[in-house]
Design a protein around this ligand. Structure first.
Ligand code: AMP
Ligand code: ZN
Length: 115
C-alpha cells in the first residue's frame, strides 16, 4: 500500500474528510466511520506506519505519545469510567486498513461485538 492510495495517509493530508477530534505534528484522531461503541475514535500516526509488525525502536516516542493521548480524548468524549484500546495487526489480527491505528472505545454498554 503506497502512501498515495492509503486512506489514512489521505485523511492525514486532508484529502479525504473525517470527523477530526485532535491533530498535532505527528498524530491525527477522528471518529470511526462505523462506530462499534458510543465513543469510537481512531488515533493515527500521520507518517505511514503499516502496523506493530513493522515498527522500529525509533517509533517508541510516537507510540508512547498515542497511548498518552488516549485518556485525554476518552475524557473529552465522555468515556469517564474507562475505555478500551485495540490495535489490530496484520490480516491474522483482523487489520483491514494497513496504516497503524489505535481504536479507542468507550461509553455506555452494550457495545457491538467484533473488534
Ligand atoms: P481495522 O480493522 O483495525 O483495520 O479497522 C479499520 C477501521 O477504520 C474500521 O473500524 C473502519 O470503520 C474505519 N474506517 C475505515 N475508513 C474510514 C474512514 N474513511 N473514516 C473513518 N474511519 C474509517
Ligand atoms: Zn498510510
Amino acid at each position: 500500500m503506497s502512501d498515495e492510495s492509503c486512506i489514512f495517509c489521505r485523511i492525514a493530508r486532508g484529502e479525504i474528510p473525517c470527523r477530526k477530534v485532535y491533530e498535532d505534528e505527528a498524530v491525527i484522531a477522528f471518529h470511526d466511520i462505523h462506530p462499534a461503541a458510543p465513543v469510537h475514535l481512531l488515533l493515527v500516526p500521520k507518517r505511514h506506519v503499516e502496523s506493530l509488525q513493522t515498527v522500529e525502536s525509533g517509533d517508541g516516542e510516537l507510540l508512547g505519545k498515542m497511548l498518552l493521548l488516549a485518556p485525554h480524548l476518552a475524557r473529552e468524549h465522555g468515556a469517564d469510567d474507562g475505555f478500551r484500546i485495540t490495535i489490530n495487526n496484520g490480516p491474522g489480527g483482523g487489520q483491514e486498513v494497513f496504516h497503524l491505528h489505535m481504536h479507542l472505545l468507550g461509553g455506555p454498554r452494550p457495545w457491538k461485538r467484533g473488534l
